[in-house]
Design a protein around this ligand. Structure first.
Ligand SMILES: C[S@@+](CC[C@H](N)C(=O)[O-])C[C@H]1O[C@@H](n2cnc3c(N)ncnc32)[C@H](O)[C@@H]1O
Length: 177
């Protein structure tokens, strides 16, 4: 398969979308398009991006009513959003089996950090980020970045699967906080 097929992490994030979907929604790292498809049930303005061109091609065929675009994080995005959802690559990098859908950086949180630094510039007033990560992603480092970048955050879902815990965080940013 040329893109990430939906699994437990995808389903846990997907379940949260109905409670947050409004306005213009961005699905970052769309993979199979699962989060974009769910978001499109509640909003007719959904943009979904992925660094992987094969994922974009697949999604464009499968979900022709949604806009898909290739982008490395926000490199190809100028718009602002009311909701941004991201099920990122969140595992520490495995040089023997590189996989762009799983490789979150040397310690697993680096791509999430880069995302959080950029994402606030693309949030509308009162916008929300829904971010999934795992007990393998160095939670304390992510919390530190959230604090440094002046985000407000809370855990809204958690699931234990095999050897890891999965978390979904609701994240907000206010310009003058
Ligand atoms: C864990 S998969 C999640 C896929 C899908 N959203 C889901 O929930 O099943 C992570 C996705 O992020 C994409 N990705 C990795 N690095 C990226 C980057 N720098 N910018 C945009 N997307 C990226 C991968 O290609 C992959 O599709």
């Amino acid at each position: 398969m040329n893109f990430y097929e939906a699994r437990e992490d995808s389903f846990l994030l997907q379940k949260q979308i109905k409670n947050y979907a409004k306005g213009f929604i961005l699905d970052m790292g769309t993979g199979s398009g699962i989060q974009a498809e769910e978001a499109a049930k509640f909003s007719d303005k959904v943009l979904a991006v992925d660094i992987n061109e094969k994922a974009i091609k697949h999604c464009e065929k499968k979900l022709p009513r949604i806009e898909f675009r290739q982008s490395n994080l926000f490199s190809n995005i100028t718009e602002n959003f009311d909701l941004i959802v991201f099920n990122p690559p969140y595992l520490p990098n495995e040089p023997r089996a590189p996989d762009i859908a799983l490789d979150g950086g040397k310690e697993g949180y680096e791509l999430i950090g880069a995302f959080l630094k950029q994402a606030k510039e693309h949030l509308n007033e009162d916008g929300t980020i829904l971010l999934l990560f795992s007990s393998f992603s160095k939670k304390e480092k992510i919390i530190n970045i959230l604090k440094e970048e002046n985000y407000k955050y809370k855990e809204i879902a958690r699931e234990h699967i095999e050897f890891e815990d999965l978390y979904v965080y609701e994240i907000k940013w206010t310009k003058n906080s």
